[in-house]
Design a protein around this ligand. Structure first.
Ligand SMILES: [Zn+2]
Length: 243
């Protein structure tokens, strides 16, 4: 059900439509979607992926996101259902949900909405207050903002081109809160590295030109997901260059 809600967020937030109102409707013929046509995954199957009135196909993204969010929520289930376990579950699950929306919205619209960046910053702050010292999250946020901001500014003055977008810089600042000063530097370098490799591959096979705009958020989000959800694996990987 949360996956189903995230589908609405992904569709509505970049189009600046309220996420609660109007109720779910077919985007093609405006027919209201009844509750029994709005059951995650199952409704997609029994409607055969089409609107019951105008037969316009619904994107296969809807059931895929519903199933993926369901699977990840199971993976994040705490071992002990004590108050700490349940609280961390809700915090990490909401981080996952917000990062997933960011990821898909950036690929589709090349924006990282402010509302999602603010939401992430608040949830990261809750986690960091529980786990880390103020020095850790304040310096992380400061580096996450200043470092990419100053590099982008310098790049703009030297070459007259905008490197990173404002949304990317705000996302780095938010991530700095949970990743801390070292973690955010790792993220900045790795996401730039993977973004550059990806662009080179796409240009070499002719799928992108030098002028094409590339959504950079997904690279930041993939690296951050490893750092946040699989920290042991990330530590092993980062011991390769060990800072
Ligand atoms: Zn329809």
């Amino acid at each position: 059900m949360i996956g189903s809600f995230l589908n609405a967020v992904i569709y509505r937030v970049p189009r600046k439509i309220n996420i609660a109102y109007p109720r779910s409707h077919c985007t093609s013929c405006k027919k209201l979607i009844y509750w029994y046509e709005n059951i995650p995954i199952l409704s997609y199957i029994f409607l055969r992926g089409k609107c019951s009135k105008c037969k316009t196909p619904y994107s296969v993204q809807y059931p895929i996101i519903e199933a993926f969010v369901g699977a990840v929520s199971v993976l994040l289930m705490p071992e002990n259902f004590d108050s700490m376990g349940v609280m961390y579950f809700f915090l990490y699950f909401s981080i996952f949900c917000a990062l997933l929306c960011h990821f898909i919205i950036d690929i589709k619209h090349q924006i990282l909405p402010d509302s999602i960046n603010i939401y992430l910053a608040l949830v990261f702050l809750c986690v960091s207050i529980l786990k880390y010292s103020p020095t850790y999250y304040i310096s992380g946020a400061a580096i996450g903002f200043l470092f990419p901001y100053l590099v982008t500014l310098a790049f703009y003055y030297l070459k007259g081109q905008q490197g990173l977008g404002g949304g990317d810089i705000k996302l780095f600042a938010a991530l700095g809160i949970i990743l801390g000063p070292v973690g955010i530097i790792n993220n900045i370098f790795l996401s730039c590295f993977f973004g550059a490799i990806f662009s080179l591959i796409m240009m070499s096979i002719g799928k992108m030109s030098r002028e094409s705009k590339l959504a950079f958020g997904p690279f930041i989000i993939i690296v951050a997901s490893f750092q946040i959800f699989l920290p042991a694996l990330f530590r092993q990987f980062s011991s390769l260059w060990s800072i």
